[in-house]
Design a protein around this ligand. Structure first.
Ligand code: ZN
Length: 459
């Protein structure tokens, strides 16, 4: 067997995001194969064998790779529409367009979403895909292929909708699957693509869309399916006041109680948004270790409100960050969400004590790994974990005069990525993707967005 190859990064600042928030003003990281072998202060140890590359990290900050915990890739080709709507009006405006997607569009949109995130420091991505029009092809397979080609670690949350307008739901009748079809297709996706091993590049979660687009049976049976298959569960929860009202009217209880009654609280569950949570909702999430994907830009864009992230963290709720779909967050970047999480939460009741820069970085790294159930593998720079890490350039005009590098990363402009590694394999070099062609993706996503607009316009 060939000896393990090593990559040494040194002369850089290091923010490990370990349990003690250990940082080194000048330090090193040694990558051996797909793992982190050593992290520390000063120069890397002498006498390391099989060093195939030495990176001089002068002027850089090294952090764990960013982990995105909520997204809808297909929305990459419906950006900039319904820009002045709240969630329900926005959904009603866009469902008829989304219901016309096909495999080619989904693949191009996934490429665009992944490329944008990866060149901004995301090393683990997820896609909550819940629109499966009849005869649209192998959408799940095409999304997974795009993730593999980009080189990021990936969770496909196989979504579904079976509560349409005729059942009191929000999506039009033609945009949903039947309960039986949704469950069978989800199970087949788990069987075909889910990898439970340490360092897996592809995982699958069971992910009915939301209380107002899926039946109670789909939630219940989806939870049973996930537990039988030992995979995670994901959905949208407590996003808006309208959703709360909907739940009270249809089920006689708020969203969190409804989720608990259908088996949807637990340490294997994470939910997007969780904006409208009272104290007992937060206590229930903390007690059951249910995770939250905080999406501050999307919540602001759709005027949903401010999630109570400081209260969730104080109660012990696992919290990660999410881009959310790019029809409600056109930038599609996660590194800017670190800043937005901090700023938006400071507009809430905790004011300047709401979140600090270190907490924001933790949400985007270790917190994300926690809610995806992968904190033992990734999310911090510690020996034995996967070598998923980013070198942020901090010595240019944008950041060079900011007092410390973590503050610069979170409070400053979006920082350039000099290099990004997933399992020791480099995927970004000087802001450019190494394994896919960004310009070709820009062209194909534009073409597919036009094709979708044309088809939907004829609809
Ligand atoms: Zn969403």
């Amino acid at each position: 067997m060939a000896a393990t190859q090593r990559i040494v990064i040194e002369n850089c600042s290091v923010a490990t995001v370990d349990a003690d928030d250990t940082e080194y003003a000048s330090g090193y990281v040694v990558i051996a194969g797909d793992r982190i072998e050593a992290v520390g202060a000063g120069r890397a140890p002498e006498g390391l064998e099989n060093v195939v590359r030495r990176i001089d990290g002068t002027g850089h900050l090294v952090t764990p790779g960013l982990v995105n915990t909520h997204h809808h890739f297909y929305q990459w080709i419906t950006r900039g529409l319904a820009t002045d709507h709240n969630l329900f009006n926005w959904l009603v405006a866009l469902y008829p367009v989304w219901a016309r997607i096909d495999e080619r569009m989904t693949y191009a949109a996934a490429q665009g979403s992944l490329a944008m995130m990866a060149r901004g420091g995301v090393t683990t991505a997820m896609d909550h895909h819940y629109v499966f029009p009849k005869g649209s092809g192998d959408l799940s397979g095409s999304i997974i292929r795009a993730a593999r080609e980009t080189g990021v670690r990936f969770t496909l949350a196989r979504g579904s909708m079976d509560r349409s307008e005729k059942d009191g739901g929000l999506p039009p009748d033609f945009a949903v699957e039947t309960l039986e079809d949704a469950l069978a297709a989800t199970e087949a996706t788990v069987d075909e693509h889910h990898d439970a091993s340490f360092g897996a590049m592809t995982q699958v979660a069971v992910a009915p869309c939301s209380p107002f687009s899926v039946s109670t049976e789909l939630l219940r049976e989806g939870a049973e399916l996930a537990r039988r298959k030992d995979v995670r569960l994901h959905t949208h929860g407590s996003e808006t006041v309208e959703e709360e009202k909907f739940c009270h009217e249809l089920f006689g209880m708020g969203p969190t109680d409804y989720f608990e009654s259908t088996g949807w609280l637990g340490e294997d569950v994470w939910m997007a948004h969780c904006v409208h949570m009272n104290d007992s909702d937060i206590t229930a999430f903390a007690r059951t270790r249910t995770g939250v994907a905080h999406c501050p830009s999307s919540n602001a864009r759709l005027a949903a409100g401010i999630a109570r992230v400081p209260d969730m963290l104080a109660a012990g709720v696992p919290v990660g960050l999410g881009v959310d779909g790019t029809a409600s967050n056109e930038s599609g970047e996660l590194h800017t969400e670190l800043r937005n999480a901090l700023l938006v939460n400071r507009l809430g009741p905790h004011k300047e004590a709401a979140l600090n820069a270190r907490q924001a970085l933790r949400l985007g790294t270790h917190g994300g790994a926690q809610v995806l159930g992968r904190a033992a593998e990734l999310g911090s720079l510690e020996p034995g974990k996967l070598a998923d890490l980013v070198l942020w350039r901090m010595d240019t005009l944008a950041h060079a005069s900011i007092a410390d590098p973590v503050t610069a990363l979170v409070f400053g402009a979006a920082a350039p990525v000099t290099a990004s590694f997933v399992g020791g394999r480099q995927i970004v070099e000087n802001g450019r993707l190494l394994h896919v062609d960004e310009d070709a993706i820009a062209r194909s996503t534009r073409a597919e967005a036009r094709r979708l607009a044309e088809i939907a316009g004829q609809g």
